[in-house]
Ligand binder design. Structure first.
Ligand SMILES: Cc1cc2nc3c(=O)[nH]c(=O)nc-3n(C[C@H](O)[C@H](O)[C@H](O)COP(=O)(O)OP(=O)(O)OC[C@H]3O[C@@H](n4cnc5c(N)ncnc54)[C@H](O)[C@@H]3O)c2cc1C
Length: 399
């Protein structure tokens, strides 16, 4: 088949690789230049933490994330270049004065564990337990949580490896080429067989309600820091994560601000992220600041991902929000199933939203499954919870 993909970000590259490997003829169009790093895919920390995220995300996302953790090693193994992938669990720590917040967090995770018993369960650690996993951490924190099985990958290595593979598979790559689904007539004599719209925030003109949620993240080079697994700090104002990559590099992130501003990182965000990281490990005091990035996460009104059918031969994938890497493997497999038949068993199993785009261009009406509705009644949306948790006071007032 001839397949057109709009957007060479995370979803676009993954889908293009899978389909090209299966023998289809692919054309990929991206609005940016070949060496651009503007896609949200490049800004991410690429943490794969379904249980940790369950404190702020719906079970649908958690289930997709659990599926993703099993699929990533397979997807990475298909690539020619190595991609750093780690599955040594997540650590969660807090300072003594934030014990009440930590207790609330642990309760949310315990509730997730009851609803989704197949998830690895959290373990409580004392200082000695922390030290065993991350030598030195027990000196700063009396207690922590360990979330086994959670992971992370190196997103820049992944994006580069996917691109190299697309080139090797002779996929036609069109850079500096913004397109919209209406530029193609899929299924008609002159058009491709399929159009897959993976434009992230670039789909805003055709997808009302799609918004950007600003996130800022810092890359540090810290040879003196020995943290080896993603570590989250619970804090009422500065909840941060530290994601150790290879060769002494660490990502410290990420703010979450209801704004589509992609201007450079604010001084306040830099101070907060760096101060919080320093309290986790004073070795960050001598780290070098390598990069400061601000980018927006493509987010739908309910903060959940969705697939829309725009006509019979165009699928739009969007709303991956702060969980793109976590859930991308599930979204890829859902799209591949939908290209083969009307329904996706995987989407149904995971409550992934699949809907027809409204003909008048208005907001999509998503028909939620009974379990999704039950969940929505039980808890605040992740957006509400997270906004309250991580926005500075002035932004909270606006939200
Ligand atoms: C600070 C930050 C931290 C994050 N951390 C994590 C994390 O730890 N774990 C996790 O799972 N997720 C994380 N994410 C989320 C993740 O990065 C996104 O969910 C994911 O990148 C979305 O993928 P996408 O393919 O939909 O969009 P993108 O990756 O943004 O790609 C969209 C592509 O479409 C192109 N495009 C736009 N308009 C057009 C057009 N008209 N025509 C053609 N092409 C177009 C763009 O140039 C871009 O290349 C984070 C995001 C941010 C910003």
């Amino acid at each position: 088949m001839n397949i057109v993909i709009l957007g060479a970000g995370l979803m676009g590259r993954l889908l293009a690789c899978e389909l090209a490997r299966a023998g289809h003829t692919l054309s990929v169009y991206d609005a940016a230049a070949a060496d651009s790093r503007r896609a949200a895919a490049f800004a991410a920390a690429a943490m794969l933490a379904p249980l940790a995220e369950s404190a702020v995300a719906e079970d649908q996302v958690v289930r997709m994330g659990q599926y993703g953790l099993t699929r990533w090693p397979e997807l990475i193994a298909e690539l020619d270049a190595p991609v750093f992938f780690q599955q040594q669990g997540t650590l969660v720590v807090w300072h003594r004065q934030d014990a009440a917040d930590a207790q609330r967090f642990a309760q949310l995770l315990a509730a997730t564990g009851k609803r989704l018993p197949s998830l690895p369960q959290q373990k409580t650690l004392d200082a000695a337990g922390l030290d065993q996993l991350e030598p030195g951490l027990g000196a700063h924190f009396a207690q922590g949580l360990y979330l086994p099985g959670e992971g992370q990958l190196d997103n820049h290595q992944l994006m580069d490896a996917l691109l190299a593979q697309l080139q090797r598979l002779q996929v036609a790559l069109h850079w500096n080429s913004p397109r919209s689904p209406s530029d193609f007539a899929p299924g008609q004599a002159s058009g491709p067989d399929w159009v897959l719209d993976c434009r992230g925030l670039g789909a805003q003109p055709q997808w009302p309600g799609l918004r950007g949620v600003r996130g800022e993240i810092i890359t540090l080079l810290a040879p003196n820091v020995t943290l080896s697994r993603p570590t989250r700090l619970i804090h009422p104002r500065y909840p941060i994560y530290i994601a150790p990559k290879q060769d002494g590099y660490f990502l410290v992130g990420a703010t979450e601000i209801e704004s589509e501003d992609t201007s450079p990182m604010s001084v306040r965000s830099a101070l907060e992220l760096l101060s919080a990281a320093y309290t986790v490990d004073s070795g960050f005091g001598e780290a070098r600041i390598v990069d400061l990035v601000a980018q927006c996460r493509p987010t739908l009104p309910d903060n959940r991902p969705a697939v829309r059918r725009l006509g019979s031969r165009c699928l739009q994938v969007n709303g991956l929000y702060r969980h793109g890497y976590l859930i991308a493997p599930a979204m890829v497999d859902v799209v591949l199933q939908l290209m083969q038949g009307e329904r996706s068993a995987l989407a149904e199993e995971m409550d992934c939203h699949v809907a027809d785009a409204p003909r008048n261009g208005g907001v999509t009406t998503v028909i939620a499954s009974p379990s999704t509705l039950r969940q929505a009644q039980d808890r605040p949306s992740s957006g509400q919870a997270e906004a309250r948790q991580s926005m500075p006071p002035d932004v909270q007032e606006l939200a």
